[in-house]
Ligand binder design. Structure first.
Ligand code: HEC
Length: 108
């Protein structure tokens, strides 16, 4: 006589209500990381990953003497071979990418 034991493990479904959902979800988790991401996506082509490539006559961003406001104006409106980004990036993205450019600077 064979005893066949069929064990049906009924799946236990646990729903964990993990605290805060909603509220402030998608707002800048790591603004600096976002700037770096944007920079490698939009700027590193000409400026290089570290800002020092200088393709097409671009200046070494690490040694730029510009203020944050001047940099922002150039990113917004473009200059020379550099295209304007005011229609390509949101104001928050432009702030983030300019902050990243400033973080790359070396002071001598
Ligand atoms: C098509 C190539 C190209 C791309 C892409 C590009 N740039 Fe430029 N960028 C240039 C060139 C060329 C100059 C120099 C313009 C001049 O002085 O005539 C420049 C100048 C600048 C300057 C001024 C530096 C100084 O000290 O004068 C800043 C700041 C800058 N770029 C930031 C950025 C950022 C941020 C991005 C991405 C959002 C970006 N660039 C994308 C080509 C590029």
């Amino acid at each position: 006589m064979k005893r066949i034991l069929i064990i049906i493990g009924s799946p236990v479904l646990l729903f964990f209500a993990c605290g805060s959902n909603g509220a402030s979800g998608d707002e800048g988790r790591h603004p600096k990381d976002k700037g770096a991401q944007l920079f490698s996506m939009h700027c590193s082509l000409c400026h290089g990953k570290d800002g020092g490539l200088g393709l097409n006559g671009a200046k070494d961003l690490r040694r730029s003497q510009l203020t944050a406001a001047e940099m922002k104006a150039i990113v917004l409106n473009g200059k020379g071979a550099m295209m304007p980004y005011k229609n390509a990036l949101t104001p928050a993205e432009i702030d983030a990418v300019v902050a990243h450019v400033r973080s790359m600077r070396v002071n001598e």
